[in-house]
Design a protein around this ligand. Structure first.
Ligand code: FES
Length: 496
């Protein structure tokens, strides 16, 4: 029976983006059967795939994990626990036994057929003799080709190994997929994989992460106070924050498909630290309570209120995959009590009340197109959030970052951007400077000249408000349609 493989697993196996496989499907190079690919087709299109590539894949994933600033986990959490491993190996063993049995049946059938042809040959009429002879030769060849080539065995062994190390979860009705490594909960792994799954407390109290298991085996990994009814249990409902996947799993679960699906929240967060990389920007690191994390989409903004001061809007600069540790890049504005207090007297553990999230400067997750990010000064904050989310989703074929600074500002996280550029084959970073002699329009012309097939790219731009129109005009004049252009002003005003 032909072996099928999901798009996500195929991408992992051959070490390319899902977007690259989707392009090959559109171009007819790869066939799909109910959304899955033939393993044999995959090997034909990527014949260079070797078992040794696994180490390369793991190295890149490790670098990516460091660069993307994902949730820190203890090292011994990298492996699934022994029960989960045993259950996955058992499932693979059953599959293997079934495949062997099937292969044996096919082999017997073909051997019998060949024997029949041998017997029929001499009795056949002279005119039929040649036909039988041809048919017999064809069967002899076909029989020989049923032996699995060594390359295929390595490929299949690698795929089986990846299946033991990580289970795949598919969410319905969206069809989004992600992998669970170690003993992570389904919710943790989903958030890390860039999905906006529905949840509330993350620790088994609220029931908002309830999902229905359609197929596959899950395992409870933590106690939960929220009680599922007997009917719900009977129907296969589980809490994703308290369960992991043992085998590949299909779940019916709630997912935010846009900013309108994210509930408004009010949370008191605490300052972890502030950094002033230059005198124009403050990086604020803050933590939510463990039991009240912030649900948001990359690129959104919040209202922040420091005791006694008017609330101010600020964009999130961190990834929704880490919903406890929030980051904001705040422009230092003369006369702004908020930024002055942050730069001066705010200490660790100071409480900041947040409300939100707001805004629709969010990633189009259904687009497999390459993405261009353009930021000016602290506009890098929300762009950083989007980049980290795009890396977690792993869909776009290429990511380009153009970060402009105006006089007096600097690329204050240039090292991070260079680390992304070094670690990821599909990421390119170009720092650019706007000067008195080289205005924004000239730098934009340089960016446009640097890009191929500009009309086929998605653009996400965050600059000070008055500059947005210049950027929009430059891009649309060069063929970028409005539907592929997301514009966001740097959020630095009071909430009013
Ligand atoms: S998120 Fe609250 S119970 Fe799972």
């Amino acid at each position: 029976m032909p072996r099928l493989i999901t798009l996500s697993r195929a991408a992992r196996l051959v070490g390319v983006k899902r977007g690259a496989l989707q392009t090959k499907i559109q171009q007819g190079e790869l066939r799909t059967f109910e959304g899955e690919l033939l393993l044999a087709d995959l090997l034909q299109v990527y014949p260079q795939t070797q078992v040794e590539d696994t180490t390369m894949l793991e190295r890149v994933e490790h670098i990516m994990e460091q660069a993307v600033n994902k949730i820190v986990r203890p090292a011994n959490d990298d492996l699934p626990d022994s029960d989960t491993l045993a259950a996955r190996i058992l499932a693979l063993g059953q599959e293997l036994a079934q495949a062997r049995q099937e292969a044996r049946r096919y082999n017997d059938l073909v051997t019998d057929l060949k024997q029949k042809l041998d017997e029929l040959g001499p009795e056949a009429e002279k005119t039929q003799e040649q036909t039988f002879s041809k048919l017999k030769d064809w069967f002899t060849l076909a029989l020989a080709s049923t032996e699995t080539p060594a390359d295929d065995s390595d490929f299949i062994a690698k795929e089986a190994f990846l299946r033991v190390m990580a289970a795949q979860v598919r969410i319905l009705p969206s069809g989004h997929e992600f992998f669970i490594e170690g003993s992570d909960s389904i919710l943790e792994a989903g958030l890390r994989g860039g999905l906006a799954l529905g949840y509330g407390c993350s620790n088994g109290n609220c029931g908002k992460c309830k999902a229905k298991v359609v197929s596959g085996q899950v395992k409870k990994i933590s106690r939960h106070d929220y009680a599922l009814s007997e009917t719900e249990k009977g129907l296969g409902y589980i809490l994703t924050c308290a369960n992991t996947a043992v085998t590949d799993v299909v779940l019916e679960a709630e997912e935010a498909l846009g900013s309108h699906d994210i509930p408004q929240q009010e949370i008191d967060i605490r300052v972890k630290k502030t950094e002033c990389p230059n005198d124009r920007v403050i990086i604020l690191h803050a933590k939510t309570p463990r039991t009240s994390r912030l649900r948001f989409l990359a690129g959104q903004y919040l209202s922040l209120e420091l005791a006694g001061l008017p609330a101010q809007y600020c964009s999130l600069a961190s990834c929704p995959c880490d919903d406890m540790n929030l980051q904001f890049h705040i422009s230092v504005t003369t006369g702004s009590p908020f930024s002055e207090q942050l730069a001066g007297s705010v200490k660790a553990n100071t409480v900041i009340s947040i409300k939100g999230p707001k805004g629709a400067f969010t990633l189009n997750e259904d687009s497999p197109r390459s993405i261009v990010f353009i930021a000016i000064n602290a506009g890098f904050g929300p762009v950083k959030s989007l980049i980290e989310h795009a890396m977690a989703l792993d869909i776009a074929e290429n990511l380009y970052l153009y970060w402009m600074t105006t006089p007096g500002n600097s690329h204050y996280l240039g090292n991070l951007c260079r680390a992304w550029d070094d670690a990821l084959d599909n990421f390119r970073y170009r720092p650019l400077e706007v000067t008195d002699r080289k205005p924004v329009a000239d730098v934009l012309a340089e960016i446009i000249a640097d890009l191929d097939a500009i009309e086929e790219l998605d653009f996400y731009v965050c600059t000070p408000g008055p500059i947005l129109e210049t950027v929009e005009t430059a891009l649309t004049n060069n063929g970028v349609s409005a539907s592929r252009l997301q514009l966001e002003p740097v959020r630095e005003s009071q909430t009013g």
